[in-house]
Design a protein around this ligand. Sequence first.
Ligand code: SOE
Length: 347
Amino acid sequence: MKKNDVIKVGLIGLGGMSNAHRHFISEIDELQLVAICDVNQEQLNKVGELERIGSEKRFQEIEDLIANPDVEAIVSVVPNNLHAKVIELCIRYQKPLMTEKPFTLNFEEAEKLAVLYEKQPIPCMVGFSYRYIPSFRYARNLIKENKIGTIRHVDIRYLQSGGAALFESPYAWRFNKASSGTGALGDLGAHMIDSARFLIGEFRSVSALMGTFIHERRDPISGEMKKVDVDDYASFQAILENNVLGNFVTSRNAIGSGNQHEVMIYGDYGTIHINCERPDEIELCIKEENEVSPSFRTKKVPELYRKQQWQDFLDLVKGNQQEGTPTFYDGYQNQKVLEQIIESAER
Ligand code: SOE
């Protein structure tokens, strides 16, 4: 693909999460949304800003969109049980892909894809979006610059409240193992794993607990109660690269938490605290000159750490991969850790 070409994008999945992606595609001059796909005919017929997409570019079959010669890159926002199918088809048709997390439904799928990918790689970004929170990037750089010394341990949490009994959240695919693989673990925990890999390094071993608090939820269509077979909560301890020790907690039952993905990083000479809800600042605890012991100070994140995920996708598609871009490899490694967590919790 030549530099400065407009890239024609096909979007698969028109559910809630696709809105953010559509917004970004519309904001970037070098991307043009030309085709859409959804199993739901009603969603597919939607007009609004999608009006200019003709009926011949609205597909119900995933393969029809990916195979279409006018579609040059794919953005996929589908339930987890369809991730592997989309990735496999993109490899087969050699189309660049931006796919959501978790990478696949389970590690078995990821392993099969890795065999295909090795033979015929494609530019593939996985939606580990917290890499694009400015404070997370800044923290990574401070660690690289050795600002807090050797890292000893990390505390990572990702808490939401949407699954709590209080809110009576209806049954949806996210509560069904066949379509989602896991619950809070794959949905939120995959982000925690990625943040640990992005900031610290690879996982060496894990020990985990998982639990379901609400075992039945009401189906919004039939009104019947349906069994929930995924986790609402997962916690794990890990040993990471360089013997960094990690504590991780994720829950959908943490009332008052909003969307709280938070990381504490403890080094020999200081501590860094970042929270996705305050993307433009970090709390840094390092000893300043003339101080006896350090204390936390809030620091503004410098402008240069402001980076758009979509810009990195564009560069990836053009063969100009930027450092820190979450790729196929990151998806694969992430899924491996998820599998180890599930195995440990079962044991
Ligand atoms: C779930 O509520 C969710 O939308 C996740 O699916 C996203 O990955 C996360 O970033 C925000 O929360």
